[in-house]
Write a protein that binds this ligand. Structure first.
Ligand SMILES: [Fe+2]
Length: 260
């Protein structure tokens, strides 16, 4: 039987033939990631830790962060007994001194404060005495540890603050020399949220930190992204971060930043 145009079309039909369409070249358009507008880790209260030194420097850094798209900054000065001498009261006082000036000149910016607690005897005692700790959002408690070895009291601290209704957030897990994927998974199983530093994604803290950061993103174990911004050099580097594939991958995670 001669194959006519009609029968050829019918045979194609049996093979589920479908004509190519211009749309097939664009099948499944990639969903655009939600940009970060809230940051929850920075050192922007002038002169109280190793972050910005003066109100003028704070303004410059904040302007740069706004240019990067941030509309809400929750700044988190160090509370670390052996350095800076900060307490919840001194952080609050520094905020109250600076915030009205900022609100007057940058009215569109939401600016709040909490703290980055260093896990030392002081914060352990505060938690044991059930003294109120500085938090942000839904009782998120940002804390960091020493860089070298896992603190003996780490799990007890997590248990203690969790019992009191806090939601512990470990700052930059990728930076600790003792951190492994197994330990990170164990911490998440204990209810700890993990906050990655954006600068880790471009190797600012070295290649091993960058590798662990990428692995944590790959596993989907990053709950928050933070700038940990201390100065203008950090904002300059953040401009490089937002152009990377690693950053876009991290943005695809269900980040708590979007709820802050
Ligand atoms: Fe920090």
């Amino acid at each position: 039987m001669a194959i006519t145009r009609k029968t050829a079309f019918a045979r194609r039909g049996r093979r589920n033939y479908s004509a190519p369409s211009v749309f097939s070249f664009f099948s499944k358009p990639r969903q655009l990631s939600t940009p970060l507008v809230a940051d929850m880790h920075s050192h922007l209260l002038p002169g109280i830790d190793d972050g910005v030194k003066t109100p003028e420097e704070a303004f410059e850094v904040i302007d740069q962060l706004q240019e990067l798209g941030y509309r809400k900054l929750i700044t988190t000065p160090h509370i670390m007994t052996d350095y800076f001498g900060n307490t919840a009261e001194s952080v609050r006082a520094a905020y109250q001194a600076f915030q009205p000036r900022l609100a007057a000149h940058r009215p569109s910016l939401q600016f709040e404060f909490a703290a980055e607690y260093y896990l030392d005897d002081t914060v352990i005692a505060l938690a044991a005495e059930r003294k109120p700790l500085l938090t942000f959002g839904d009782k998120y408690l940002l804390f960091e540890t020493n860089m070298i070895s896992e603190p003996l009291q780490l799990k007890e601290f997590i248990f203690s603050v969790t019992l009191q209704g806090y939601k512990p957030v470990l700052a930059h897990p990728e930076r600790y020399q003792y951190m492994t994927l197994e330990k990170a998974e164990d911490l998440r199983n204990r209810g700890v949220r993990l906050q990655l530093n954006l600068l880790s994604l471009i190797g600012h803290y070295g290649p091993p930190v960058q590798r662990l950061a990428e692995k944590l993103v790959g596993r989907g174990w990053v709950d928050m992204l933070g700038t940990d911004c201390h100065n203008l050099e950090h904002t300059r580097l953040l401009r490089a971060v937002v152009r990377t594939t690693a950053y876009r991958k991290a943005l695809d995670l269900p980040l708590i930043n979007h709820t802050l």
